[in-house]
Design a protein around this ligand. Structure first.
Ligand code: 5AD
Ligand code: SF4
Length: 471
């Protein structure tokens, strides 16, 4: 499962997207004749997978002659790529659609993409009749046909199948970052965790052919990308559909071998499919980043069973031991849900003790949110909102202490950093280490964006490090 934002802390004041004026980078030349058909505004909520889907949708529209614009006011087509992982995220969609209401009367076409589109389907037309297009995340390959129908004058079009075994590949992708490229290698999810909407909104698991992945990585390298991030809800469940039958760890190594690629990241890993060969690949190949995001969700085996997570606390800890036994330190991050139906105080404390035992580098934590269609919806949501908030605060404070202590021990060490942000303040930059630790650092040099530099850590807080350029 992927997160809304995998940054380990708040990035620097100016992020790369803003530095580049929100410009997108065409990664494969298409028959582009932008602006001929009109303009589109695309807003994205949710995880990296949604971000990347939007990059592909933008590429697809661009190739069909649409031009991307920065505001809904300037657009003839307004698209909203949505997230429904928790109730709050889904609610936000309808309030945002309300804001778009008067835009339709101005002649603009409004479309809903992504997980809320898949989940709510035609219901969206009832709740927001000013919407003309509803396309779920498993149906993006049908988007060109849907756009053609709209252009032909159809008032309402939908794409809501989840039974497609296609992955969403486009000829043209407009990437938002000039150095790090997202690349989806597996879509959907077959895991059926009892609280999760993803199997419903993104459909069954489909892996992309290894030769097609490697072809795109080579193109990316030629275009100057040096970091690729392989994406999937359960990225390490990758099953190559070609005769080559590459294992996930082999794919990591093959991507790292591509000339010009300096960093290979991957997210999110599922503990049940996390095998020793992945750790061996990280050990063997310095280009494979020393970071694994391994959501545990709970430290209690009873709760894990109720969540249908397919592993026990002990089995999860065996995976952690594999990484701790590696010949180099590997940054480990996780996701946790508090207040799952029936979670007792003692079970919550097992999650606290797991944090203590694992010593994560970072954590994303959430209050359990009941979601439509999921098996856990029928278990009574027995923990009050107040109690969920209390548990969340305790959990986050514990993790804050762990991170503060861990980061303090890094003072004096030196790391290679890919510079991806620049502060408004003179000579201040930011970037990430291979273990995905964020460092704000000082350097007298200019034009560091997109380069790899050595940074010595001079200070540390719970969420980020401070350093200086080591020359
Ligand atoms: N309620 C709360 N958190 C959830 N997540 C997924 N579904 C839910 C839910 N119904 C969390 C999990 C997952 C992360 C991306 O979101 O921790 O790993
Ligand atoms: Fe992740 Fe489980 Fe949801 Fe699949 S069902 S996306 S493994 S949380």
């Amino acid at each position: 499962m992927l997160n809304c934002d995998l940054d380990m802390s708040k990035p620097f004041d100016i992020e790369v997207e803003r530095l580049t004026g929100g410009a997108s980078y065409l990664t494969v030349a298409g028959g582009v004749d932008a602006g001929q058909r009109g303009t589109f505004f695309l807003e994205t909520f949710g995880c990296q997978m949604n971000d990347h889907d939007s990059e592909k949708v933008a590429g697809l529209l661009h190739a069909r002659g649409y031009q991307q614009v920065e505001t809904p006011e300037a657009a003839s087509l307004i698209l909203y790529n949505t997230c429904s992982i928790r109730e709050k995220a889904a609610q936000k969609v309808f309030s945002r659609l309300g804001e778009y209401r008067e835009k339709q009367s101005e002649g603009k076409v409004i479309g809903v993409l992504g997980c809320v589109a898949q989940q709510e389907g035609e219901e969206i037309f009832k709740r927001a009749p000013w919407v003309s297009l509803v396309c779920g995340s498993a149906s993006y390959s049908k988007l060109p046909g849907m756009l053609a129908q709209l252009e032909a004058g159809n008032a309402r079009v939908t794409g809501l199948d989840t039974d497609t075994d296609e992955t969403f590949e486009t000829e043209v992708t407009r990437r938002n970052n000039p150095w790090r490229a997202y690349l989806t290698i597996i879509e959907g999810c077959d895991k059926a965790c009892s609280y999760c909407v993803v199997p419903f909104t993104r459909g069954p698991e489909r892996s992309r052919a290894s030769d097609s992945i490697l072809r795109e990585v080579r193109q990316l390298a030629e275009l100057g990308y040096s970091e690729v991030q392989l994406l999937g809800q359960t990225v390490n469940s990758y099953a190559d559909p070609t005769a080559r039958k590459m294992r996930f760890s082999e794919l990591l190594l093959a991507v790292a071998e591509v000339r010009g690629i300096r960093r290979v990241r991957f997210t999110t890993s599922h503990p049940s499919d996390f095998t020793p060969d992945i750790v061996e690949a990280i050990e063997r190949e310095p280009k494979i980043c020393d970071h694994v995001h391994l959501p545990v969700q709970s430290g209690s085996t009873r709760v894990l069973r109720a969540m249908q997570r397919t592993y026990s606390r002990e089995e999860y800890l065996e995976k952690i031991a594999l990484m701790r036994g590696a010949n180099k330190p590997i940054g480990i991050t996780t996701d946790i849900i508090v207040g799952f139906p029936g979670e007792t105080e003692a079970e919550f404390e097992e999650t606290l003790s797991l944090l203590e035992e694992v010593q994560y580098d970072s954590m994303f934590s959430f209050k359990y949110s009941p979601r439509p269609n999921t098996p856990s919806l029928s278990m009574s949501d027995s923990i009050s909102e107040e109690e969920k908030s209390r548990r969340l605060a305790i959990l986050q404070e514990k993790q804050r202490e762990i991170q503060a202590a861990k980061n303090a021990r890094l003072v004096g060490e030196q790391f290679e950093v890919l510079v991806s942000g620049k502060s408004r303040r003179e000579n201040q930059w930011s970037g990430y280490t291979t273990a995905h630790r964020m460092i704000n650092f000082a350097s007298q040099e200019s034009a560091l964006l997109g380069t790899y530099v050595q940074v010595r850590v001079t200070g540390a807080g719970p969420n980020s490090l401070v350093g200086e350029h080591a020359v």
